[in-house]
Design a protein around this ligand. Structure first.
Ligand code: SF4
Length: 448
């Protein structure tokens, strides 16, 4: 890449990527837990896709039973440490806390959950669950992300033999490879992988199903297969210059940053990020923290339609990221490297089929922004090339169709969950899907 931002000192990188939210001390956790009203009809629990019994786990922290608290949490969610650190709690559990109605600070559920889960992993994962006797059935799981891990953990405790196949060199999916280091480290994600392995689950990393092992072979090996494959194909901008050196995918950029091998991650002095979802914001914030001098988010709609959460937006703004709303890229300019991005101003028209106002270009409003790097973050689609090889698998509106009660797909041997069925939601949704699928598989293979 040309015109790179100068490298920072190791110390500065560590400072820039230090955790945003420090952990509770035991005293502060107890004090916060004692604020909870232990609501009978707890709205916080309802707001959590995995329905963790939040008042119960908080009560256990308040009474000093942190092990019991961890058990309450894990009973509902096998990636609870990741969720504690990376969930958008403001719009889920904490957003639903009754304290909001009084205009007071909601209970810090995420930090309390983290307190319990940190304790659990610091203590070396004491045994909390007794697996059912082996049922003689065997499950293959494709993808070691949140959905796959949750399905595998739950299935192993239900008595299944479980093997996970994952293409990456390290398991964990986006928990390991897609979360900004100031939110969570790879090591935390890998602790949850170890927990799943402690239930006897085999994880085969670096195995690409369809290339390294044929799907037919997996079907021979396993009585049921869970698809936790996430999304694969990045959406293209389809504009000239998109393949110039200096144009990168947001997830590839973020993946490099998660390794914390700072010196190996190059960033331009002037960076444009295309898109305004949470991934785009992460990429922009990371680029700033890596030393980029100017980082701009380019989004074709206005602030009101921006898909990123408010707290992500505020974080990026406080890091000095600029927002260029109502702007669409039309061309990336450069000879052998990105030099500028040509944009056009947009105006909003009537709402589209999803209810968002459709943007239109303003004629004659083209302008150029000089940049050294472009990070594309305009979404991902499911990997239809691979999924298309599964006989009878129904894809609807770009998502794998499942029975929402059992997570079984239109091919009865296959179950699915996570981003490949919802188009890209939160880790906690994937965790809930994977767990539910394990019970769906049990109902289909064992209890029928
Ligand atoms: Fe506690 Fe708030 Fe949940 Fe009530 S809504 S149980 S106060 S965390």
């Amino acid at each position: 890449m040309k015109n790179l931002a100068p490298k920072l000192s190791q110390q500065q990188y560590e400072k820039n990527f230090a955790e945003l939210h420090p952990p509770f001390t035991p005293n502060s956790a107890t004090a916060e837990a004692n604020r909870c009203l232990y609501c009978y009809d707890s709205p916080c629990t309802k707001a959590c896709p995995t329905h963790i019994d939040i008042p119960t786990f908080i009560k256990k922290i308040a009474t000093g039973n942190v092990k019991g608290s961890a058990k309450t949490i894990l009973k509902s969610n096998w990636v609870a440490l990741t969720c504690a650190k990376a969930c958008p709690v403001d719009v889920l559990c904490e957003g639903a806390c009754v304290y909001n109605d009084r205009g007071e600070q909601p209970i810090q559920i995420g930090r309390l959950q983290r307190f319990a889960m940190d304790w659990y992993f610091d203590k070396g994962m004491p045994a909390l669950f007794t697996p059912k006797p082996k049922n003689g059935k065997n499950i293959g799981v494709i993808g070691a992300g949140a959905a796959g891990l949750a399905c595998a953990a739950e299935a192993a405790l239900l008595g299944f033999d479980v093997t996970i196949y994952d293409a990456k060199p390290r398991p964990g999916g986006l928990n390991t490879w897609g979360i900004a280091p100031y939110k969570m480290s790879q090591q935390d994600a890998l602790k949850e992988v170890q927990l799943v392995e402690s239930f006897g689950v085999t994880i085969l990393s670096g195995v690409n199903v369809g290339k390294d092992v044929a799907l037919e072979e997996l079907e021979r090996r396993h009585d049921a297969i869970f698809l936790g494959v996430g999304l694969g194909t990045s959406t293209r901008l389809n504009i000239p210059g998109e393949d110039l050196p200096g144009v990168v995918e947001a997830l590839e950029f973020i993946e490099r940053v998660t390794t914390r091998d700072w010196m190996s991650v190059d960033v331009g002095r002037r960076v444009a990020v295309i898109g305004a979802g949470n991934t785009a914001i992460d990429a922009a914030t990371e680029a700033r923290r890596l030393g980029a001098e100017h980082v701009m988010i380019i989004y074709r709609r206005s602030r009101g339609e921006m898909p990123a959460y408010d707290f992500e937006y505020e974080l990026a703004k406080s890091d000095g990221v600029q927002f260029q709303f109502l702007t669409a890229p039309v061309r990336i300019v450069g000879n052998d490297h990105v030099e500028a991005i040509e944009c056009v101003q947009m105006q909003l028209g009537e709402p589209d089929e999803e209810g968002r106002r459709k943007p239109f270009p303003v004629p004659g409003s083209e302008f150029r922004i000089p940049v050294d790097m472009v990070i594309k973050s305009v979404g991902q689609r499911i990997e239809e090339t691979f999924l298309g090889t599964i006989p009878g698998l129904r894809i609807e509106r770009g998502r794998v169709w499942v029975n929402p009660e059992t997570m079984q797909t239109s091919n009865p041997k296959y179950f699915a969950g996570g981003d490949c069925i919802n188009g890209g939601k939160e880790v906690v949704n994937a965790a809930a899907d994977g767990k539910k699928a394990a019970h769906g598989i049990e109902a289909w293979l064992v209890n029928r």
